[in-house]
Design a binder for this molecule. Structure first.
Ligand SMILES: C[S@@+](CC[C@H](N)C(=O)[O-])C[C@H]1O[C@@H](n2cnc3c(N)ncnc32)[C@H](O)[C@@H]1O
Length: 251
């Protein structure tokens, strides 16, 4: 029974990846001639879109069909998200944006920690936004704001957030430079970016290569937009790096 459920979830997950991947790949191929010079076209590997940024092939976007995988009951055992949430050290009035929120696995666990602030759950898939809105109503929460962004813009107001959290999402942004510039603008001076990515340096982490990032690559891509690296903890979580960057108080 358990095996059947696992296979069902696996098939749903792979179908989700494939459909979104085909779409993204077609769109990116058509627009390749007009890409800004920080991107270049290269060999498209199995789970990539053939678009390269700072030496890394961008992975395709996980489709909303994979919500069940994001919400899997053993996620706490595998990834220890509760440890990551505790390490965020949020204040009750903080406004935190969960960028690439998906089904809101993190969003809904963050909301009770910021009763005088809010969580802005940003995603580009309308189906994820609908899921977030339905779940917020069901849970009776009032401090979650589901927010539809675009592939290259969070559409958050300048200086409107204290922190931006990205969990297993950044590596699939098709326009990482523009997204980070948009996040940088949305942060208040002194605001933080918290980046969680599967550890590329660790072959025992059971995730495909393009869905992982190394510390060196992550730092390069965050620092290029003006963020300052503050800390990296690669032992807090079983599979992910926990990295913190800061927007300087004065630039
Ligand atoms: C692998 S899921 C992770 C979801 C969630 N952070 C979690 O850990 O459960 C990545 C999410 O990032 C979203 N995404 C991809 N590109 C995005 C972008 N440019 N802006 C906002 N969200 C994006 C996808 O739609 C997807 O829901």
């Amino acid at each position: 029974m358990k095996i059947l459920l696992f296979l069902n979830i696996l098939v749903t997950f792979l179908t989700a990846l494939t459909s979104v991947a085909e779409d993204a790949s077609k769109k990116e191929k058509n627009g390749a001639d007009s890409w800004p010079s920080h991107y270049h076209k290269g060999r498209k590997t199995f789970d990539g879109i053939g678009k390269y940024y700072m030496g890394r092939e961008i992975s395709f976007v996980m489709g909303h069909q994979a919500i069940r995988w994001l919400e899997r009951s053993n996620r706490e055992d595998e990834e220890a998200p509760s440890k990551a949430i505790a390490a965020l050290n949020l204040k009750e009035a903080d406004v935190i944006a969960d960028i690439g929120a998906g089904s809101g696995y993190y969003t809904f666990r963050l909301a009770p920690l910021v009763p005088k602030g809010k969580v802005v759950a940003v995603d580009i898939q309308p189906e994820m936004i609908a899921f977030l809105e339905t779940k917020e109503k069901k849970l009776g929460l009032t401090n979650v704001e589901a927010h539809l962004g675009t592939v290259d813009n969070t559409r958050l107001k300048p200086g409107s957030i204290d922190a931006a959290l990205m969990v297993d999402a950044y590596h699939e942004f098709s326009h990482p430079r523009e997204m980070m510039e948009s996040i940088y603008k949305a942060l208040r001076p002194g605001g933080r970016v918290i980046l969680l990515e599967y550890r590329a340096e660790d072959p025992t982490v059971p995730i495909k290569p393009l869905h992982k990032m190394s510390v060196a690559q992550s730092r390069k891509e965050m620092e290029v937009v003006g963020l300052k690296w503050k800390s990296t903890d690669s032992t807090l979580l079983p599979w992910q790096h926990f990295m913190i960057f800061e927007k300087p108080a004065k630039k």
